[in-house]
Ligand binder design. Structure first.
Ligand code: NDP
Length: 782
């Protein structure tokens, strides 16, 4: 039986546009303001190409006005009682619900996505986000003690889920006491403007939310504005990279939710009819214009032919057409440019030898439509297997073994999401942690909720939106204000001269893969104490670091070990350091000239700190999120991978322990550059490592000049995370270079911790920076 047309009326939305004379202003400081730029651009309906409205183009001066309004509103808003902030967020949620129909129609007209999806997914999830974060606003004081707002937040969103992305950005930001300037995508500004009207209606204090419409230039002006304390961006990896580079070294916090090429893995025991519906949701939901679209179908070879046949049968029945028709499955592509991108990539897929299949029917001609498309016979390295198409195009490949499935799934520079299909829950839970992605859906796909974090691994960006993990993107520790702009001053005070037995005349080697090795270049550098040279260390180079990274990568057992197992090794480290504490204290005296009391204190604190992280190995655990579906949603902290750590120069033993231990406690392997001027505590530490059952490759140490070694680490493609404790310039270069593979960075521009103090030198902040949260969704129900 054929479906007849079931059009939703667009009258209310068109009347709303008419009520504004089909021309809008910017929403700044609680008022509607004509753009200083005096420029406008047009918004059209991609299903019909009809004109919808003129949208103001915000230039530098408009952005500046908005940022200043947000700055002015900040003190009042951040001091507003949590409960009062909660009430505002609650009122926003209620108003979105009350106006749900208008929002969904407007969204469908503006974006081309189907009314069924805006009505059932986009708008309800936007409201849900404000409800959920009304709760977090209320609970901030009790659930996030020791944290405060960040300040003025610049938020830049894409066109694929306009209101939902706005909600994901604004709700947590204002819940935590920040004020915001949000720039919607040029193609889809309308629901953001309706949202601004709603902020007016609920009397949200002026300047808390400012909406500046515009294009990439407007976004760039926001990124560059010096008053902005954080940028939250969703969009392409290309623009994410530019923003990473621009904000490098500025101290602006950054979260990036970027592209993806997510695997949809089907094992042979799956319920194939369920899989077919899953495929529809994975790649034909929202026209495939979804960052986490399951765009790579990986099928076990034994069932591939059968599944492809079923998928083709289903594709034949999909309906492409007007976004306002309730019987439409796939709406219009957002713009002619995006349509062209899809067509070009599909052509490339064919040129590279892929077999393309499309249903027999033709798409309507009056809008920007593209039919559902399936590619088979493609190789994992072909362009369409690697590039984000952002359209309704599915690329299928086969695998034979479970191991091969994981390899193929991870054969991408991205890591946003994955879905796994099997009736064997043991297999699903074995595979889920092995796939490098921020979200893993088991026997489901493309489901989202405010209670669960969403965000990427690798080039899909960093930071999470939603869940408690997402809140940390919008707060900072109250202890941050105590961190000094100057290194702790410990001028030589000791007059104690060393016994000759501690005057080292040999050159301390590097420590790579569990072995002491000579520096590749054969060069060494002197280590000076207050009374002259006290030793030499190898001067590491690019090759030493490469070897160290390789050793860190080949270490397989550490990450797989249980927290309890890792704790045993860490306690053993503490025990062995304790056994040699006098020797280490002497070393500190020889290098720094500190008093014996200070030296002993540093060693004792180092032992205590190792104990702290040993204790945390099996206690820094995840959560089961209460999402709105019949799901167990596991939020699991996973290690980042191979981490580079450039230690502070100050406190050569304590600084080393305080940075390396949290990273390895969480299961990372490390490449460490110790204090440049006082490296001998780290090189002495080899013996402690060797006697403590730390597997080779977990801690690799390369001594040398920080300025030379840090850029190599920052540029290294196989380093997943990099911590740098040093100068402002060094911090900037680390963040800038990290844009290449989007490695996680943690730097200290112009800031120097007092590592002796627990509130600066240890704690959950170190563990959070050593991990990334993966959310695994497991539906239930008989
Ligand atoms: P962009 O990354 O260009 O756009 C995202 C947002 O950033 C928009 O608001 C855009 O403004 C703005 N922007 C563009 N340039 C800059 C800049 N230099 N500085 C600051 N902000 C900037 O994505 P597109 O919309 O152009 O889409 C291109 C491709 O990106 C798609 O084909 C798709 O592959 C991918 N994409 C991924 C998304 C995701 O969620 N991961 C979402 C959207 C796209 P403007 O309004 O001018 O677009």
């Amino acid at each position: 039986m054929e479906y007849g047309p079931a059009p939703e009326s667009s009258e209310a939305a068109l009347n709303w546009l008419k009520g504004h004379g089909n021309k809008f202003r910017l929403y700044i400081d609680g008022k509607w303001q004509t753009p200083v730029s005096k420029k406008y651009f047009e918004s059209t309906n991609p299903s019909t190409k009809d004109f919808l409205a003129k949208i103001p183009w915000g230039g530098i001066k408009d952005v500046d006005k908005a940022v200043k309004a947000a700055e002015k509103a900040l003190p009042g808003w951040s001091k507003t009682a949590s409960h009062v902030r909660a009430r505002y967020l609650y009122a926003i949620a209620r108003h979105i619900q009350k106006n749900a129909r208008l929002f969904s129609v407007l969204e469908s007209l503006d974006n081309g996505k189907t009314i069924r999806e805006t009505r059932d997914i986009d708008i309800p999830l936007a409201a849900r986000h404000f409800y959920h974060h009304a709760g977090w606003a209320q609970l901030m004081d009790t659930e996030l003690p020791g944290f405060q707002k960040i300040g003025v937040i610049g938020q830049i969103i894409p066109w694929n889920f306009p209101l939902m992305m706005l909600a994901w950005k604004i709700a947590p930001a204002i819940a935590m006491g920040n004020t915001v300037v949000l720039k919607p995508a040029e193609l889809t500004s309308l629901t953001a403007l309706l949202f601004a009207e709603l902020c007016e209606q609920i009397k949200l204090p002026a300047g808390v939310v400012n909406i500046v419409t515009g294009d990439g230039e407007t976004g760039a002006a926001l990124v560059d504005h010096p008053v902005i304390n954080k940028i939250a961006f969703t969009g392409s990896t290309e623009v994410g990279r530019i923003i990473r580079q621009k904000t490098a070294g500025t101290g602006k916090k950054l979260s990036l939710e970027l592209g993806g090429k997510s695997p949809f893995v089907v094992f042979e025991d799956s319920d194939l009819d369920g899989v077919v519906e899953g495929v529809v949701d994975a790649i034909w939901f929202n026209q495939g214009e979804v960052c986490c679209a399951g765009s790579r179908l990986l099928v076990q070879e034994s069932i591939a032919a059968k599944l492809y046949k079923k998928i083709k049968t289903r594709m034949e029945k999909l309906r492409v057409g007007d976004s306002m028709d309730k019987a439409t499955d796939i709406g219009a592509i957002v713009s002619p440019t995006q349509l062209k991108t899809i067509e070009t990539l599909v052509k490339k897929g064919i040129d590279e030898g892929g077999q393309m299949w499309q249903p027999s029917w033709a798409c309507p001609k009056d809008g920007y439509f593209y039919p559902p498309t399936l590619f088979t016979g493609v190789t994992p390295s072909s362009t369409i297997s690697q590039e984000e198409i952002f359209g309704p195009v599915l690329v299928a490949m086969t695998f034979r073994t479970h191991q091969e499935a994981v390899k193929l799934a991870n054969n991408t520079r991205y890591g946003l999401a994955a879905s796994i299909w099997t009736e064997n829950i043991n297999l699903a839970l074995d595979i889920a942690p092995k796939i490098k992605a921020g979200t893993v859906w088991i026997n489901c796909t493309n489901i989202f909720d405010a209670a669960s974090g969403f965000g990427g691994y690798r080039e899909s960006g960093f930071g999470r939106e939603g869940g408690k993990e997402g809140l940390y993107e919008y707060v900072r520790s109250i202890h941050d204000d105590k961190i000094s702009n100057h290194p702790v001053d410990y001028k030589p005070r000791s007059t104690v001269r060393l016994s000759s037995s501690l005057q080292i005349d040999r050159t301390a080697k590097m420590y790579i893969g569990g072995k002491q090795v000579r520096p590749d270049g054969g060069y060494s550098m002197p280590v000076m104490g207050p009374h002259g040279q006290i030793g030499e260390v190898g001067e590491g180079n690019r090759k030493d670091l490469r070897n160290a990274v390789e050793a860190a990568h080949s270490q397989q057992t550490w990450t797989a070990m249980t927290g309890h197992g890792r704790a045993q090794v860490l306690y053993y480290l503490a025990e062995n350091l304790d056994a040699r504490k006098l020797e280490f204290a002497q070393r500190l005296i020889s290098m720094l000239g500190v008093t014996p009391k200070d030296a002993r204190e540093e060693v004792e604190l180092s032992i205590k700190r190792i104990y702290f992280y040993a204790a945390m190995t099996d206690k820094y655990d995840g959560q089961v999120h209460h999402t709105i579906y019949r799901n167990v949603t596991l939020a699991m902290p996973e290690p980042i991978g191979v981490m580079g750590i450039v230690c502070p120069n100050e406190f050569p033993l304590l600084g080393f322990v305080s940075t390396v231990l949290p990273a390895i406690a969480m299961g990372n392997t490390t490449v460490v550059v110790p204090s440049e001027n006082a490296p001998l505590s780290a090189t002495d530490f080899y013996q402690v490592i060797e006697t403590s059952d730390v597997p080779g490759g977990v801690i690799n140490i390369v001594t040398g000049k920080k300025d030379q070694l840090t850029p190599v680490l920052a540029n290294h493609y196989d380093i997943d995370g990099l911590w740098y404790f040093g100068t402002t310039e060094g911090s900037k270069s680390v963040e800038f270079a990290s844009a290449e593979n989007m490695k996680r960075t943690w730097v200290s521009p112009g800031k120097f911790r007092d590592w002796r103090k627990d509130d600066q030198g240890q704690g959950a902040e170190f563990l959070r920076n050593s991990t990334q949260i993966k959310n695994i969704w497991i539906p239930y129900g008989a």
